[in-house]
Design a protein around this ligand. Sequence first.
Ligand SMILES: *Cc1c(COP(=O)(O)O)cnc(C)c1O
Length: 463
Amino acid sequence: MPASRVDRAAALHTALNHATTFLGSLDERPVAARVDAPSVRQRLGEFLPEHGDDPATVIDALATGAEPGLVASAGPRHFGFVIGGALPAALAADWLVSAWDQCAAFHSLSPAAAAIEDITAEWILDLLSLPSDASVGFVTGAQAANTTGLAAARHAVLARAGWDVGRDGLIGAPRIRVLCGEQAHVTIHTALRLLGLGESTAVRVAADAQGRMKPQALAAELASDDCPTIVCAQAGNVATGAFDDLDAIADVCAAHSAWLHIDGAFGLWAAAAPDLAYLTAGAARADSWAVDAHKWLNVPYDGAMAIVADRDAHLAATGLAGPYLVADPGQRDNTNYVPESSRRARAVPIYAALRSLGRTGVADLVRRNCGQARRMAQLLAAIPGARVLNDVVLNQVLVRLPGDDDANRTAIAAVQADGTCWLGGTTWNGQHVLRVSFSNWATTDDDVDRAAAAVAAAVSTPS
Ligand SMILES: *Cc1c(COP(=O)(O)O)cnc(C)c1O
């Protein structure tokens, strides 16, 4: 074999060894990283080497240098943010994506990638009970999915007002409005900045104690101005897990011909679990949706879906045209549905995750994590002086620990330092509180019990 091929195999085997050692450590290693980023910088060197190393040596040095700076977020007891693990089939499929090294922009560059994206799109629409003729782009995350959905929205509402934003841009365009809930995710505001709509021009519609946009407040806002309007609703509040009343919101949007976008980064997966699907009632009536795959579906970072009911609006927002492109209406060019041109075959691990879980497996995963959230809420409520602040309808738990903001901050830092689990804090109604999130296939009830005990210990140990 030529030396380069020997090198390639040796590097891959070295990576496999490091990967299996790391994955094997997830159950018991401290969840937080042991060192900070500057320490990793020191370990890995600050100067570009003058002469190269052989591939296996590079992988060895890289893995060894990075090791203490790794967070066990793929493991069963990382309950911060909303973080998924990686299902074995999805992880292995992700390796194949790199080995195949397909440019998954055009069907002519990879019929395999085009076909897999097509199949995966159909499966996703089916599982989430969204319109089967909606178009699906496989993007990096809900940030990109929200941006894509809102770009399609911007195109459509301006087209209805007789303006072609794709051709003529926003300068001189008719006035449009964006309405979102007070508790809209920060990525909605970033998307609005990127789209030239402006973060502060979005009207923040009042929300209730769980963070749900109030449909009556939305109706009043819509009635107050009849210019073309985009409404951003939410399926799954990042703190409480609460769902906006999507049916009521779809009603008022329909009455005012407003475009309805739903940020369902993790929450829309409730549609795949029969006993939780009621939370998403009305979701299918929206015009666009953002859903992550790296959160609840447990594919390795990164993967998400930007879904648009009106394919033409989607293509007007992100379609690519060029003289050297082979347009074939019978075949999918993945790039047309995403902001990127060249891109990895991002749907492949999503396909593998869906195929390895099946319809019942996805439902079980979602249902199991929600049961664990309820279990955690019960255990934490038993800590003297602690209060669960949200209705635990999904996978998120918000808890005010005993004492003031500082006491809550100190306890959360102590839990993180203890390493049994990782939990984050957030501000809710002006108070600093503990936030717990469940979206990992590997988490067991025993992990929940161990984490709850670590929180109880942190609260009772004066620092
Ligand atoms: C996580 C999240 C996002 C952003 O998703 P990324 O995958 O980080 O881009 C947007 N909205 C909600 C509700 C989220 O939970």
